[in-house]
Design a binder for this molecule. Structure first.
Ligand code: FAD
Length: 469
């Protein structure tokens, strides 16, 4: 009887525990992707990017004589239909950790097991299962450095090879046509503008990892903070969809470290920040939508997303070059440099006294590397409401940050067109991508700051001092 291999955010064939187990079962394997309500409600860019990833996975499966069966509907019902149609006796998948997926998958496992189906979940999205890392007193970690110390020598499984063959069934169940799902329907910015910036699929992710380890990782420690440089791995979109595994990145980086490339240790630490985000989401799922530090619920955040200041922030029209450059970078490329993410998040939550949730949701709509755990942790860290966060009174000054991290103005020059006689081509792409009703043109005057760094700073500190907690 066939095994159903249910793909979700593990869109690769190599180092795939569930797929390997399915292939080793000695039965036909039927790969399936289900467009269920959790997929339906993804933000515009993550959903569009997922659609591209599904297409790339389907092609890799076809190269191996297999296929990807696409179905839409409630996940349990779809699986039950497929079991009835194909006589499958097992369903395998890779674990997810956000509360809604955990809830869905738990119910599915229970129901299928009751029907004598071998329903099994496997690891692979993370190197360290969140419940396996414990403090000495048996609790979870709230601070990164002790978490790093706890995991750094644990040992990470060596990556598995790609299965040599994926046994096909005698006949294939019906599959939807991917185009009919219209995964890009909500991408009202020109998807054509974003597409060239996408690093799509397992092969490109592996190629990028290889070139980053050969040329990038040695200087990573210093270069990773300079947004005008290509100094980071750019693997987040692939990690987010499982087009590459963290284990593959970890082992490649360990080899680089053994070869004396010092930046590799910093890279290992960043991979562990991702694990830490998942650790926190597992132990405190409220990090996704409530202030992690509960006293912050009383802070007088602006919670009105329609406010003109919030719109200026979203449109990259705050008049603060570092903030605007980063917001435009995200709109055009679907990604934003980490330094930019910290600065725009600080400006929104401190200078504009706006709830981090509004920023988090905008990122969720715009990022092709959107990740529920890293996004929530990043926002709460920046806002001061999260675990191990910067204290609220430490307000980033976007002007001194510019002098420190974009000395030659390479980054703001790449993303801001106004006032330039010959703007950078990427800066102009922003104007191709934005909806017409934003009413922005490259030859508009560049706006003056909606809230200046010093005024914003004192406003934020005043609100913080007058808080009632
Ligand atoms: P590299 O510097 O090459 O790092 C390698 C990998 O380590 C990354 O791909 C990522 O998986 C992980 N990593 C690095 N830094 C972090 C971090 N601070 N937290 C968690 N993991 C990290 N990352 C996302 O993947 N998705 C998000 O939705 C996301 N939202 C963020 C929101 C805010 C407000 C902030 C401050 C950070 C956010 N990050 C998010 C973390 C970080 O900015 C990105 O992971 C990083 O910029 C991706 O670029 P890279 O792949 O070149 O990273």
């Amino acid at each position: 009887a066939p095994v159903l291999m249910w793909f979700r955010r593990d869109l690769r064939l190599s180092d795939h525990a569930a797929l390997t187990a399915a292939c080793e079962a000695g039965q036909p394997v039927i790969p399936v992707f289900i467009n269920d309500p959790l997929v339906e409600r993804l933000g515009a860019a993550p959903k569009w990017r997922l659609g591209l990833g599904i297409g790339a996975l389907a092609e890799s499966l076809e190269d191996k004589g297999s296929r990807l069966v696409l179905r839409r509907g409630d996940a349990l019902e779809v699986l039950q239909d497929l079991i009835a149609e194909t006589g499958a006796a097992a369903v395998f998948w890779s674990r997810l950790y956000d509360p809604d997926s955990v809830d869905r998958d738990g119910k599915i496992k229970e129901t299928l097991k009751d029907a004598d189906i071998d329903a099994r979940s496997f690891g692979g999205h993370l190197m360290f299962e969140p419940w396996t890392v414990e403090t000495k007193t048996g609790g979870y970690y709230k601070v990164y450095t002790p978490f790093w110390n706890a995991v750094k020598n644990v040992g990470v499984d060596a990556p598995r090879a790609t299965p040599s063959s994926i046994p096909a069934p005698e006949s294939w169940p019906h599959s939807d046509d991917l185009d009919s799902w219209q995964m890009g329907a909500a991408m009202d910015r020109g998807a054509d503008v974003v597409r060239p910036f996408v690093q799509l699929g397992e092969q490109s992710a592996q190629a990028r990892l290889g070139s980053f380890m050969a040329h990038g990782v040695a200087g990573y420690k210093d270069n990773r903070d300079i947004p005008g440089m290509d100094g980071t791995s750019n693997l987040s979109e692939n990690l987010s969809l499982g087009e590459i595994s963290p284990h593959q990145c970890w082992h490649a980086s360990q080899r680089a470290l053994d070869e004396g490339k010092a930046g590799a240790e910093t890279f290992l630490k960043e991979l562990v920040w991702r694990e830490f985000a998942y650790h926190l989401m597992h132990h405190t799922p409220r990090i996704l939508d409530r202030n992690w530090r509960e006293e912050w619920e009383a802070f007088p955040w602006n919670e009105d997303a329609r406010k003109s200041e919030v719109w200026a922030w979203k449109k990259g029209r705050t008049g603060i070059p570092f903030v605007d450059a980063a917001m435009r970078e995200m709109y055009v490329t679907g990604r934003m440099h980490n330094r930019g993410r910290m600065i725009v998040a600080s400006y929104l939550t401190k200078h504009l006294l706006t709830h981090w949730r509004i920023g988090m949701e905008w990122f969720e709509d715009c990022l092709i590397d959107w990740d529920p755990a890293s996004n929530a942790m990043g926002w709460q860290w920046s806002a001061g409401s999260g675990p191990d966060a910067t204290p609220y009174f430490r307000v980033f000054n976007p002007e001194t940050q510019l002098d420190k991290f974009d000395k030659n103005r390479d980054y703001v020059g790449r993303w801001i067109a106004e006032r330039k006689s010959s703007p950078h081509e990427d800066a102009l792409k922003f104007f191709e991508a934005i909806p017409r009703h934003w009413g922005m043109k490259p030859d508009d005057p560049y706006p003056s700051p909606i809230v200046s760094p010093s005024e914003g700073r004192s406003r934020a500190l005043e609100a913080y001092e007058n808080r009632d907690f």
